[in-house]
Design a protein around this ligand. Structure first.
Ligand SMILES: *Cc1c(COP(=O)(O)O)cnc(C)c1O
Length: 490
């Protein structure tokens, strides 16, 4: 299967590229993104065939239908990474919370957030491609908290790749920071920046675009890539669990094969929701995809009004920081799929130049045919965390809690909902402790212990261990010194 570009093709780049090429250099003509030329049609026959398959069997067959240029044994090896999840027989358990509401838990991987679902196998795939081509890559990552640990974990000690991971010192939770600074491998460098997430992200974008930096790397025989969430190598692994979650509902007797469900996705950069959309297009029976946001509610406004409006807008810090995003990159792939390359280029250019675009009435109708949306404030979220725990015995994190609001406001109650849980309670414990007990101390360890006691839950070993592990990555620098520091590491 080949990949084409969301904003059309300039004269310098080929009409289409292979999967390997699309994931090694993910930015396409005119600043666009790569998308599959066509999606495989799976339909109900595929679903029925996999009713009794394991997650890995389902994943392997789905990836085969994409006909990507990755060898079968590499894909098989990549999928064995799901065996390391703490629920190895079923890496994505789906739990009934109440009548018609099911939660698909995407956080059972090594770093306890949904980024592992894609990054775990992606690390194997990328390293294999690099080895096959006898190339060496520097992977840059900028993180506000969840991507960094997941990227470090997956590339740790892998051949032909090195990682430089930038995070805002003081801008992540204790658990997130410890997950990064205790990583000990020769091919990993973690760099704290005196600044905020945007400083780290801007530095990354500057380096990716800098010919001088690329030249300096070339002298060392190193090529540059990024593990950000627009990389299709991540998206492809985010289609599988939507299909799996539906099959779980059929297996549990909650729906009949073919019965439509809502997929309710807590969204930031829209990678998770895009995976849901592709699964639907490939034949999953879906009523609608519901997009849940926090106070940074650009996606709710887009879906309700057709306007993407960033004018005079600033990111606000919320209790669900992984969704504190205004430029939601993967929306572009939806625009392309619905309205084509010319229109996508026009809309994205308007967003870049005027910080604004508006869909036509017919375009908005198409969007609303597939999506509905609502946003949930931090206080509402804490109330949902507390109430769901007390009424139904289910403890959720603040990102997952945003789905509870849109579940109430956007779904007809006779249709079942699969909502996605993107992080374990251990990753955002101060907010959850505050929701449950009113405790306001910001320290993770105290919060973890308080929740563990209140909810009678065990703190997983890999989280508990972090607090006594040796700190091996202690570099904290000014943002002007990032390039120098990376070159020194290499
Ligand atoms: C990354 C992340 C999200 C947002 O996912 P997108 O694919 O960027 O929309 C939501 N919740 C958590 C905990 C995350 O780490």
């Amino acid at each position: 299967m080949n990949f084409i570009q969301t904003r059309g093709c300039d004269e310098n780049s080929p009409e289409s590229v292979t999967f390997s090429e699309a994931i090694l250099s993910p930015i396409a003509s005119f600043g666009g993104l790569y998308v599959p030329k066509t999606l495989p049609e799976l339909g109900e026959r595929f679903l029925t065939k996999h009713l009794n398959s394991s997650y890995k069997e389902l994943a392997f067959d789905m990836l085969e239908h994409f006909e990507i240029d990755i060898e079968k044994n590499v894909i098989k090896k990549a999928l064995t990474l799901y065996d390391k999840f703490d629920t190895p027989k079923n890496p994505v358990p789906v739990v009934k919370v109440k009548e018609n509401l099911y939660i698909s838990e995407l956080y059972h991987g090594p770093t306890r957030a949904f980024k592992d679902m894609a990054l775990q196998p992606f690390g194997v795939v990328l390293s294999s491609i690099a080895q096959k081509r006898s190339e060496h890559y520097l992977i840059l990552a900028a993180t506000s908290g969840d991507t960094g640990p997941a990227a470090l974990e997956t590339f740790k000690n892998r051949a032909n790749v090195q990682v430089a991971c930038l995070y805002p010192e003081g801008g992540t939770s204790d658990v997130q920071r410890l997950q990064m600074v205790t990583e000990d491998a020769k091919n990993l460098k973690v760099i704290g920046i005196n600044g905020v997430f945007d400083d780290a992200q801007n530095a990354l974008k500057r380096l990716l675009a800098s010919s001088e930096f690329k030249k300096a790397l070339k002298e060392k025989n190193i090529l540059l890539s990024a593990a950000n969430s627009v990389n299709f190598g991540r998206i492809i692994f985010q289609i599988i669990y939507h299909i799996h979650s539906y099959l779980e509902l059929v297996r549990q007797g909650a729906v009949e094969m073919g019965e439509k469900v809502y997929l309710n996705v807590p969204s930031g950069n829209f990678g998770n929701a895009l995976g849901a959309y592709y699964a639907w297009k490939m034949g999953l029976p879906v009523e609608k995809i519901i997009i849940s946001s926090n106070e940074n509610n650009v996606l709710t406004k887009l879906i309700k009004t057709g306007k993407y409006d960033l004018r005079d807008l600033k990111v606000v810090n919320t209790t669900s920081p992984a969704m504190d995003i205004l430029k939601s990159s993967n929306i572009e792939r939806i625009l392309y799929d619905m309205f084509g390359a010319d229109r996508t280029k026009e809309l994205m250019q308007s967003l870049e130049e005027n910080h604004f675009y508006e869909l036509r009435a017919d375009e908005l109708a198409s969007l609303q045919n597939c999506f509905d949306a609502d946003f949930c404030t931090g206080d509402e979220g804490k109330k949902y965390i507390k109430d769901t725990f007390h009424k139904h015995g289910y403890l959720m994190d603040p990102h997952t809690a945003t789905c509870m609001k849109s579940y109430e406001t956007c779904s007809k109650k006779d249709i079942k909902t699969i909502a996605y849980s993107t992080a374990e309670w251990t990753k955002f414990s101060p907010v959850i402790a505050n929701a449950l007990t009113g405790e306001v101390d910001g320290e993770d360890l105290k919060a973890l212990l308080a929740i563990s006691k209140e909810a009678n839950l065990k703190i997983p070993t890999m989280i508990k261990e972090l607090f006594s592990k040796k700190i091996t990555q202690s570099t904290v620098i000014e943002k002007e010194d990032i390039e120098k520091e990376i070159l020194r590491f290499l």
